[in-house]
Design a protein. Structure first.
Length: 202
């Protein structure tokens, strides 16, 4: 029996403006590789509408951190009203896409204690209950921290990329500053949603 513990629920990044589609996914892939996640694509859809292309991609990269625990970050990328455009940047024409972007993160700890230790059902239930509501065991707490840090890292890389499109005309933003802001925001959201019932993973 796989226990599914949702740590980060529906963290969104929203953007409207110019971008390059290939850079979005290459940035995500590089960030995942840096954090040792195995890439896995769950779903891809594309639709052409009167207002532009509509693209949806769902990724479910995962990382094995022990024989019985995996970390998984579900990343859903929505691109809507996507059109092609050319911008004059520093007297040079550059090709971009333009539209609405939404990227949603759900970060999970998947554990299989029952098979790992051959637990009786009541023992498995008791350990899960204690770990979720009373006391975080040191190992589990460490995995939660790692998952949050990994999500912050990927989110910050994405946010920096989109800031760079604004920075094409001048101002850029420090990656360290982005990480600090994102980490503070995510930790606040985790605290706020701690008692809320998580959605199903599938």
């Amino acid at each position: 029996m796989i226990e599914k513990n949702l740590i980060i629920n529906g963290r969104e990044f929203n953007y409207k403006g110019i971008f390059r589609t290939d850079e979005i996914f290459s940035t995500i892939n590089r960030a995942l590789e840096e954090k040792d996640y195995q890439k896995r694509e769950k779903k891809t859809e594309e639709l052409v509408t009167e207002s532009g292309r509509k693209v949806f991609v769902e990724l479910r990269p995962f990382k094995e951190v022990s024989n019985y625990i995996h970390l998984m970050i579900k990343i859903k990328v929505y691109l809507e009203n996507v059109t092609e455009t050319t911008e004059l940047i520093e007297e040079e024409k550059k090709h971009f896409q333009k539209g609405d972007v939404k990227i949603v993160f759900d970060s999970w700890i998947l554990s299989d204690y029952e098979n790992r230790w051959g637990m009786q059902p009541w023992t498995y239930f008791f350990k899960s209950f204690v770990n979720k509501f009373i006391y975080n065991l040191p190992t589990e707490s460490g995995f939660k921290s790692e998952l949050v840090q990994d999500t912050v890292f990927i989110y910050a890389k994405i946010k920096k990329l989109f800031h760079s499109y604004k920075g094409e005309v001048g101002k850029t933003i420090s990656e360290d500053l982005i990480k600090k802001e994102v980490e503070a925001e995510i930790n606040a959201e985790i605290e706020k949603s701690h008692k809320q019932k998580p959605e199903e993973i599938y």
